[in-house]
Design a protein around this ligand. Structure first.
Ligand SMILES: NC(=O)c1ccc[n+]([C@@H]2O[C@H](COP(=O)([O-])OP(=O)(O)OC[C@H]3O[C@@H](n4cnc5c(N)ncnc54)[C@H](O)[C@@H]3O)[C@@H](O)[C@H]2O)c1
Length: 267
C-alpha cells in the first residue's frame, strides 16, 4: 500500500538540483519544496541561490557548485548526508550557444560539451555514490537531443549524449533500485532563451511548430521532474520524457534565417 501523503509526495526526501538559481532548476526546487522535499540547491550563481533560499526558507540549502568541477560536485552531493541522505538528483545546469560549425570557436565547443554533457556525468556519478538505494535521478536533455538545429551543433550533440548517457546510467543503477530518466523540454521561457524572444519571428516559428500552440513555462518542466522524482513513477527508468507540447512531431525553427533577418534589420 502506498502511504505517501498525496499533497506532499516528496515528504522526507532530500533532493539535489543543479542550476537551481534560475529557470527550470529554480522552478524544480520550488516545486520539490512545495511537495515536501528538502532541496540542496547548487549553482555558480550564489546571489540567485540566496534569493531562492530567502523565498523558500530552511527547506533550501544553497551550495555554490560548478558542475564542470568534480570536487565541487562531490562536495555538493555531500551536503545531503546530514540532511538524511540523498534520494533525488536533477542534473539540470546547462546552456546553449549559436555558431555554424565552420566558424565555431573550439574553446566554446569544449565549454558546452563540458557543461551540458560532462557536467551531467559528474552529477550522476557523485549523486549515485551518495544516494540511497531506491532513489531517482533526472537529467535535463532537450528537444535538441533528437531535433537538430543549424548553428547549435555543440548543444545538440551534448543533449543527444545526455539521452544515451541516461539510458546507460539506468542500466547500471537499476540493481540498486535507482531510476534514471531524462526530460527533453521544448522552448521554455527562461534567461537561457531570452535571445530567442528578442529575435523577430523566432518564437512565432517555435509556436507554429508546437502541436499545443504555445511555449512552456519552467513550471511545465518542474511538474515532470516532480512526477519522475516521486512514487507515481516507480516503474519508470531509462525513459526520455518529452515535455515539448508536441514540438518533436514537427520541425525546429530556422535559426540561421532568423539571425540573417536580424542582421538585415540592423544594417
Ligand atoms: N529554456 C529552454 O528552452 C530549454 C529547453 C531545453 C532544455 N533546456 C535545458 O534546461 C536546463 C536549464 O536551462 P534554463 O533554461 O533553466 O536556463 P537558465 O539560464 O535559466 O538556468 C541555468 C542555470 O544553470 C546555472 N549554471 C550555468 N553553468 C553552471 C555550472 N557550471 N555549474 C552550476 N550551475 C551552472 C546558471 O547559473 C543558471 O542558474 C539546461 O540544461 C538547458 O539546456 C532548456
Amino acid at each position: 500500500m502506498n502511504e505517501t501523503d498525496p499533497n506532499r509526495p516528496l515528504a522526507d526526501r532530500v533532493a539535489l538540483v543543479t542550476g537551481a538559481a534560475s529557470g527550470i532548476g529554480r522552478a524544480t526546487a520550488i516545486r520539490f519544496v512545495h511537495d515536501g522535499a528538502t532541496v540542496v540547491a547548487a549553482d555558480i550563481d550564489t546571489s540567485g541561490l540566496d534569493r531562492l533560499a530567502a523565498e523558500l526558507g530552511p527547506s533550501v540549502h544553497p551550495v555554490e557548485c560548478d558542475v564542470t568541477s568534480e570536487s565541487s560536485v562531490e562536495s555538493a552531493c555531500a551536503v545531503a548526508a546530514p540532511l538524511g541522505g540523498l534520494h533525488i538528483a536533477v542534473a539540470n545546469a546547462g546552456r546553449g550557444t549559436y555558431s555554424p560549425i565552420v566558424d565555431h570557436p573550439t574553446d566554446e565547443w569544449r565549454s558546452i560539451i563540458d557543461l551540458c554533457l560532462t557536467g551531467v556525468y559528474l552529477t550522476v556519478k557523485h549523486a549515485a555514490r551518495a544516494m540511497r538505494d531506491g532513489g531517482s535521478i533526472i537529467t535535463i536533455s532537450s528537444l535538441n537531443g533528437t531535433q537538430p538545429s543549424a548553428g547549435m551543433s555543440a548543444y545538440c550533440a551534448a543533449k543527444a549524449g545526455v539521452m544515451m548517457f541516461t539510458k546507460v546510467a539506468a542500466m547500471e543503477l537499476g540493481a540498486r533500485g535507482i531510476r534514471v530518466n531524462a526530460i527533453a523540454p521544448g522552448l521554455v521561457e527562461t534567461n537561457a532563451t531570452s535571445t530567442f524572444f528578442l529575435i523577430p519571428g523566432v518564437v512565432d516559428e517555435f509556436v507554429e511548430n508546437t502541436t499545443l500552440g504555445r511555449f512552456a513555462q519552467p513550471d511545465d518542466i518542474a511538474a515532470m521532474a516532480a512526477f519522475l522524482a516521486g512514487p507515481d513513477s516507480g516503474f519508470v527508468s531509462g525513459a526520455v520524457m518529452a515535455v515539448d507540447g508536441g514540438a518533436s512531431t514537427k520541425r525546429y525553427p530556422d535559426l540561421p534565417a532568423a539571425f540573417a533577418r536580424l542582421g538585415g534589420a540592423n544594417e
